[in-house]
Design a protein around this ligand. Structure first.
Ligand SMILES: [Fe+2]
Length: 270
């Protein structure tokens, strides 16, 4: 059996139709994974999947990361629910997960359990497509550049207070330097950039800041972006190695609650 899907935009995202029971058939795992890496984001509207089935589906398309309870991490910025809620405010800015590691998460599954009355859309920008559409001169200019990624930079960009306690935590996460253009084992190329990009190695600060801003603006143009407006029960999967993501800001006390299951990375940044 094949998976029935329709494109949501020209470059980014496909909606997958079907019941949970059909998605969980082992013979569909390869097709779902293939579609995910081609389209960057898969949308399953009002799937109303149970946590245990979300974990089963995740385990069919990759290797589960040990997080949350039974591989389900509750994404909320309510400090009563999440001790690291402050950190999740960084998710309001365009980012990739795992740039502070050498091998970033492959993909995440996210189910909407409770929504905020205002804000809370999730946006995805396809950095494979954005790289491919860059002018040749820019592709050549950035071909060998490397970028330092810093947790502190992302927190500062998110406007989190630089208290001694916050700073100690931020600085406990070492900076990482990755190729700006990630040539994947598949041969495809994507851009490694986001609110965590601190500086381009070898450029002076003004040139570095300008290039990071220019490329981030390029990747996040409407033509590479899919915006998801949630209905309770929707589930998304995104390929973290080829798309940036962010959430539209929402109030900490809005009750918004997402259940996330993450798949371990399979390939190091280049
Ligand atoms: Fe994220």
């Amino acid at each position: 059996m094949s998976v029935e899907a329709v494109k949501l935009t020209e470059t980014t995202g496909s909606e997958v139709r079907g019941e949970v029971s059909s998605l969980l058939k082992p013979e569909n795992a390869a097709a779902i994974r293939q579609l995910l890496t081609e389209r960057g984001v898969l949308v399953f509207r009002q799937l109303n999947i149970l946590d245990e089935d979300q974990v089963r589906l995740a385990g069919m398309i990759g290797t589960l990361r040990d997080e949350g309870e039974g591989h389900v991490f509750k994404v909320t910025i309510d400090p009563g629910e999440n001790a690291k809620a402050d950190y999740l405010r960084g998710s309001f800015l365009w980012h990739m997960d795992g740039t502070h590691d050498t091998v970033p998460a492959f993909a995440s599954l996210l189910s909407g359990r409770q929504l905020s009355a205002q804000g809370g859309d999730t946006l995805f920008a396809n950095s494979y497509a954005a790289y491919g559409a860059l002018p040749r001169a820019m592709q050549e200019r950035i071909a060998d550049l490397r970028v330092v990624h810093s947790f502190a930079t992302s927190m500062e960009n998110a406007g989190i207070a630089r208290t001694p306690a916050n700073e100690a935590y931020w600085n406990s996460i070492p900076e990482q330097t990755h190729a700006l253009v990630w040539t994947h084992e598949s041969g495809r190329k994507s851009l490694v950039i986001g609110c965590h990009a601190k500086s381009v190695v070898g450029l002076d600060k003004a040139e570095s800041d300008a290039l990071i801003a220019e490329l981030l603006a390029w990747v996040t143009q409407d033509r590479f972006v899919y915006r998801h407006k949630w209905t309770v029960g929707d589930m998304l999967i995104w390929d973290n190695t080829g798309v940036l993501h962010r959430a539209e800001p929402y109030a900490a006390d809005s009750g918004r609650m997402m259940h996330r299951t993450t798949l371990l990375g399979e390939e190091a940044f280049s």
